[in-house]
Design a protein around this ligand. Structure first.
Ligand code: DGL
Length: 261
């Protein structure tokens, strides 16, 4: 399929920029329209009903911006995502859970897989259920780690506080052969997690898997401009500063309110 229309990427906030950045690295010619729902952040502690309403409104907005592809770059949103929430007409829709699940079940030699994420993601058991559907024998250990996302957003990475929080959580999880980083923010503490858990444990997260899937499924059309827009539902300077560390380059955030139809 030709990727001739922009790729819509959305998250509860700026964490999904880790996904947008991986897409941009692998598909520099593609145009990305990003929407971070900073007015409603965090999704991880919200009800499924509320998040479904946000998905409906944002996916409509991105479709109206002429996006042909939608990437739901938020684990909490992906855990409650159903097709009936989306406008008909997207050429493809990707969530951040399935590529990781498909990858982990392909691995040989893994018996126990851990999953960490927000309360919404973990309490939905979405990873466990989808893994078990494909590989009944895998033992899945789930742990909600709600302190990690705000900690990372506040810049607490690679210091004594982040190390203590990570160690305390991972101690509770116990030994695993693979660990799924089931939240958009966690790529920023991937190295710290790997250092604690050891190089023998396979760490899995969505950014590169999503980008690879877009590359595999689509031909980039030469008429793409490669121009990106980064919208947020609530703008603050601190969001713009933090956005840099998630995207890996300085970007300009534009405020845009979405009104339900
Ligand atoms: N983007 C969310 C996720 O991946 C984390 C932040 C939040 O709770 O909204 O689950």
């Amino acid at each position: 399929m030709a990727l001739s229309k922009p790729i819509g990427v959305f998250d509860s906030g700026i964490g999904g920029l880790t996904i947008a950045s991986a897409i941009k690295r692998k598909l520099p010619q593609a145009s990305i329209i990003y929407f971070g729902d900073t007015a409603h952040l965090p999704y991880g502690d919200k009800s499924a009903t509320l998040i479904k309403g946000y998905i409906r409104n944002i996916s409509n907005f991105l479709f109206e911006q002429d996006c042909g592809h939608l990437v739901v770059a938020c684990n909490s949103a992906s855990s409650v995502l159903t097709n009936d929430l989306l406008p008909a007409g997207y050429q493809s829709v990707l969530n951040v859970i399935d590529p990781v699940v498909n990858r982990v079940v392909m691995e040989t030699g893994i018996q126990t897989v851990g999953v960490i994420g927000t309360r919404r993601t973990i309490n939905s058991h979405v990873y466990r259920n989808r893994i078990k559907k494909q590989s009944e024998s895998l033992l899945v250990k789930e742990l909600a780690t709600p302190l990690l996302a705000p900690m990372i957003e506040d810049g607490f990475v690679r210091n004594s506080i982040s190390r203590s929080v990570i160690h305390e959580y991972l101690k509770r999880l116990g030994p695993v052969d693979a660990l799924i980083l089931g939240c958009t923010h966690y790529p920023l503490i991937r190295t710290e997690i790997q250092e604690y858990i050891g190089n023998d444990v396979l760490l899995l997260d969505a950014p590169d898997l999503i980008a690879d899937q877009l590359v595999k499924e689509n031909d980039i059309s030469p008429n793409q401009s490669g121009t990106d827009h980064f919208y947020v539902s609530d703008f603050t300077e601190s969001f713009e500063q933090t956005a840099q560390s998630f995207f890996g380059a300085s970007i300009h955030l534009e405020q845009r309110s979405i009104h339900p139809k």
